[in-house]
Design a protein around this ligand. Structure first.
Ligand SMILES: C[S@@+](CC[C@H](N)C(=O)[O-])C[C@H]1O[C@@H](n2cnc3c(N)ncnc32)[C@H](O)[C@@H]1O
Length: 812
């Protein structure tokens, strides 16, 4: 595990000051060790604390003083800086997890809980950005580079957490805020959707766009006000700005060397140099999208230690936008060991040696002037190297013979070679003035560097940015009704013009702002022109009327050219009096307070002249919160490349006994936490652990096999969807510390727990300390039981429990 250039480059950075070679050795040693496994106990606070207690009380005591193959094995440890001890570190080889009895049990428990979403495997340092973002339920949040989504999941939990941590019901089913999770990679957005399905949320939307050109989103003005609103709602359209922005940007990932071993081989200085521009453009866009309200915050993070991707990006962004400053977050998470950001650094470039085409060496430069003196003026020409005739080396530069024996320290002024005698080589230069340390003091020491040897983690970088006090004053509110200014700005931005990328209220502030040195419009930006947008066509309702009676028609309708790479179905809100919706809600006996105006389907609007009988069958209904609904209604889903919006709540139930005309919907398990507050409490069935055991032992136990109270209750129910509550109790040595709310489906003679098979197994392991489900005993059991008991086709839920493996270059 070595890379001479990497070592040369990083030693030159003097990460630990002038004389701290010992610490450098610790850093390298830590990078050469495997990364411990870390995980977070997820979900709402009360259930997370209960599960955490199970680990503390039932597992950790048995994992003390374990010796395996003559080696003492350390027990799992709580990560000291993570709030309430809800994150853990396990530093144990796989062999121990597989073969040592107690660790094997612990491992099985972790796997089960991970599958049902109660535990999330996540690298320790990756848990940091959401902690510094401090999201509240009313915040409008955007996670600009979100896939595969471990931080999105963490942000979502924060959005759904009751502000009062002592509240009995600490999971908010419908927070008023919004989380927009975005990633430019379409495939990775699917991972993101799976990952966030662990906490289904009506406040989550997933988009697939380049964050550096994220378009303006229009919403009615009333949605931007916080708290209760009285009187007529202000429906004028405004630009949506965000209270919290996470820019966990694409990076070289050299902080992940401990798990991505390939980086030892492939690292070159060009990686960080090349990413700088995109990272800067993403941060610059984030600054534009931040709400002018005081306390609004951006967290910028990378899993790289390279100053090109970190401090240089922050400095250049702060130089271009004078209203922002770095926040001193040193008192936040006091147990976190960190080092201050670098205030100065060395840049590196791979320069042709003149000894053959493509032969280069790493040279280090302190200043832009020094660099220019080496490479010659006016050569930032991407095609330059290829201009040399094939096989012919570019002309050599005096003084650049070799890096063999080159000093690790940057060149002193006196070492700068003369370039007057020979024409310098022409090659693609990757450094710009913005890569070099600023002359101005931006308090870069307020950035936070996490090194692997400090607390046995990966390497990471975090910076927190806010507007300077008073900077928001004077920023006018962007009003779409005023000359469609922002709309034009978005179009300009999509044509690649960063300097006029105005989509927040900073319109006037940004006008005339200089483009940062390294944000040259690139090919991608030019390509974006092809993605001509319709900024005005809103999502539809199944009615020709707007869903909100006071909504105003939008002024401009432009033609959105079809983008063949985007194939998502439209998002269509049902009319409040839609007959299928009404039948579904009546069937499920939901309270009148249910927000029926927020129910949507994923299908196009049927033509108005279509006979009712010819209209397509509604199979799945989704629920969005008010803000997500307004975003969907007022912005074309194609323009946002909206991949997901709201959460699935109801699904039409098929089956032999459900007649064709009978509209039977069930509440999906994943929708239950959202819908439960609208279920009439008097119809919720009371269950207990004995009932639950029967429902786990068999997929379709007969109703008449249950004991008295539950048997009578279930037999008296109509066929269809029901909800069961199991209050805390102790039974046969089993201690249920938290109420369970579970979806049931009653067929003619049997009843079924409508929970995914894996979730049943995990529940069984957690409560009954063994997998008692038919899946464990006999995979064919389900089929057999189904044939012998009830012919109705009960649909098992397909709630995906995918746990995304971390990908290269990202500390997930
Ligand atoms: C470091 S990873 C993000 C990890 C993620 N925040 C998490 O915690 O799981 C960076 C992500 O940025 C995405 N990306 C790359 N360029 C982008 C761009 N221009 N706009 C938005 N996302 C981008 C990549 O697809 C990748 O998923």
């Amino acid at each position: 595990m070595n890379n001479q250039n990497m070592f040369k480059y990083y030693k030159a950075q003097k990460l630990f000051g002038e004389d701290l070679d010992a610490e450098w050795d610790s850093l390298v040693e830590a990078f050469r060790k495997p990364l411990p496994t870390t995980f977070r106990v997820t979900g709402n606070r009360s259930t997370a604390l209960t599960l955490n207690n199970t680990i503390v009380e039932n597992y950790v005591p048995h994992l003390q003083n374990v010796v395996f193959e003559d080696k003492e094995i350390p027990p799992p440890e709580q990560i000291p800086w993570f709030p309430e001890g809800l994150a853990w570190q396990v530093n144990v080889p796989k062999k121990v997890l597989r073969k040592q009895e107690e660790f094997r049990k612990f491992h099985a428990f972790l796997v089960g809980e991970t599958e049902v979403g109660n535990i999330s495997r996540q690298e320790a340092v990756s848990m940091l950005p959401p902690l510094f973002l401090d999201v509240k339920p009313w915040h409008r949040v955007i996670d600009l580079c979100a896939a595969p989504g471990s931080k999105t999941a963490q942000l979502l939990e924060m959005l759904h957490s009751a502000p009062d941590p002592t509240a009995e019901d600490d999971l908010l089913p419908l927070p008023s805020g919004l989380l927009l999770a975005n990633d430019s990679d379409a495939k990775r957005t699917h991972l993101l959707i799976h990952q966030s399905a662990r906490l289904p949320s009506p406040a989550l939307m997933v988009t697939n766009l380049d964050a550096s050109r994220y378009p303006g989103i229009r919403v009615p003005a009333w949605t931007l006000l916080k708290g209760e609103q009285e009187g007529q709602k202000d429906e004028r359209l405004r630009m949506l700005t965000f209270d919290r922005i996470l820019g966990d940007v694409p990076c070289s990932g050299d902080g992940t060397l401990r798990k991505n071993l390939g980086i030892w081989k492939t690292w070159t200085v060009a990686d960080g140099n090349g990413l700088h521009s995109l990272q800067l453009r993403i941060l610059a866009r984030a600054m534009q999208m931040l709400s002018p309200e005081s306390g609004s915050r951006i967290v910028y993070s990378t899993c790289s230690l390279n100053p090109m991707e970190n401090e240089a990006v922050i400095a250049e962004a702060l130089a271009a936008n004078r209203d922002f400053e770095l926040v001193d977050a040193s008192s936040h998470l006091p147990a976190l060991k960190r080092r201050p950001g670098l205030t100065t650094w060395i840049c590196g470039e791979n320069i042709p040696t003149g000894q053959g085409k493509g032969v280069r060496e790493l040279r280090l430069f302190k200043t832009w002037e020094e660099y220019k003196a080496h490479v010659g003026p006016g050569q930032n020409d991407p095609a330059a190297e290829s201009l040399a005739p094939a096989g012919e080396a570019p002309a050599p530069v005096i003084g650049l013979a070799t890096t063999e024996g080159a000093s690790d320290t940057p060149l002193a002024e006196s070492e700068t070679p003369s370039i007057t005698a020979v024409k310098p080589p022409r090659f693609k230069q990757t450094l710009t003035p913005g890569h070099f340390p600023p002359t101005e003091n931006f308090h870069l020491e307020r950035c936070m560097r996490i090194y692997p040897h400090l607390q046995d983690t990966g390497g990471f970088f975090v910076a927190v940015l806010e507007r300077k006090a008073g900077a928001a004053a004077g920023i006018p509110e962007t009003d779409f009704d005023m000359e469609d200014m922002a709309e034009d700005a978005v179009e300009e931005a999509q044509a690649g013009d960063q300097s006029t990328l105005i989509s927040t209220a900073q319109a006037s502030e940004m006008t005339g702002a200089k483009r940062p040195a390294s944000t040259e419009p690139d090919d991608e930006a030019k390509g974006a022109k092809r993605l001509k947008v319709d900024d005005a066509a809103p999502a539809t309702t199944t009615d020709s009327k707007p869903a909100s009676s006071t909504a105003r028609p939008l002024k401009k309708q432009k033609t959105l050219k079809d983008d063949p790479t985007y194939k998502e179905s439209p998002y269509t809100f049902l009319r409040e009096d839609d007959p299928t919706l009404s039948a579904c809600l009546a069937n499920l006996k939901l309270l009148p307070t249910f927000p029926r105006g927020n129910v949507l389907i994923r299908a196009p609007l049927p033509p108005p002249d279509l006979e009712a009988s010819d209209k397509p069958t509604i199979r799945t209904m989704y629920l969005a919160n008010d803000l997500a609904r307004e975003v969907i209604l007022h912005n074309d889903h194609r323009r946002l490349r909206l991949m997901n919006g709201g959460t699935k709540v109801f699904e039409r139930q098929g089956g032999n006994y459900v007649s064709k005309d009978d509209i039977q919907f069930r509440i999906l398990g994943e929708g239950l936490p959202v819908v439960i507050s609208y279920v009439d409490p008097t119809i919720i069935m009371q269950g207990n652990l004995a009932v639950l055991k029967s429902l786990l032992l068999s997929y379709f136990p007969r109703c008449d096999q249950f004991q008295d109270a539950f048997r009578k209750a279930i037999e008296s129910r109509t066929t269809g969807s029901h909800v069961m509550r199991i209050p805390p109790e102790e039974w046969e040595g089993i201690n249920l510390t938290h109420e369970l709310i579970l979806p049931l489906w009653k067929s003619e003679v049997s009843v079924s727990l409508m929970v995914d098979k894996k979730a049943k197994s995990a529940m069984s392991l957690r409560l009954f300390h063994a997998d008692i489900t038919p899946a464990k005993k006999d995979p064919k059991a389900k089929q057999d039981v189904a044939q012998s008991t009830d012919k109705s086709q009960v649909q098992e839920e397909d709630s995906s429990m995918l746990v995304a493996e971390p990908e290269q270059g990202a500390a997930q």
